[in-house]
Design a protein around this ligand. Structure first.
Ligand code: 5GP
Ligand code: ZN
Length: 142
């Protein structure tokens, strides 16, 4: 269930401190040690799973169920007008801690945090080809 070299497992086991804000039998939420904005919270399953792709559906469901109440509490406590929920999966997506977690990032109008800027597909055919590629992968199961 826990992995010896995992920083979040150590937090779950109480071997490392954290500023806990919410806890159930399966889920723990605590302040990110290096917040993008004050009140930035991490919500994790207590059991060790690498990321989204390794989360059993029931565990993911319990993690997701915590996002709304904890996210609302983060907004209330920080006076935020919005909230970003982010899950980084694999190093290429910025995952640094390989124990699944969701970031709750409180947002304020004009806070200057930038997410990403979109660019349209070259044309309708390119979008259609991409949708077809994803549909086929979904049908294959990956
Ligand atoms: P990732 O990039 O893997 O999605 O995010 C990992 C997050 O965990 C980072 O935002 C980082 O600040 C946070 N973090 C890393 N180590 C610790 C720690 O020991 N305690 C806490 N509270 N947060 C941590
Ligand atoms: Zn872990």
């Amino acid at each position: 269930m826990h992995q010896d070299d995992c920083v979040f497992c150590k937090i779950v086991k109480g071997e490392l401190p954290c500023a806990r804000v919410f806890e159930t039998d399966d889920v723990l939420a605590f302040l990110d040690i290096a917040p993008v904005a004050p009140g930035h919270v991490l919500v994790i399953p207590k059991a060790h799973h690498r990321n989204l792709f390794d989360l059993p559906e029931a565990v993911g469901g319990r993690l997701f169920a915590a996002l709304s109440p904890v996210g609302a509490a983060v907004m209330a406590a920080t006076g935020a007008a919005g909230l970003n929920v982010q899950i980084n999966n694999n190093a290429a997506a910025g995952q640094v801690v390989f124990h699944a977690h969701a970031h709750l990032i409180p947002r304020h109008e004009g806070d200057g945090l930038r997410l990403w800027s979109g660019r349209p597909y070259a044309d309708a055919a390119a979008a259609q080809a991409m949708a077809e590629a994803v549909r086929a992968a979904v049908a294959r199961g990956r």
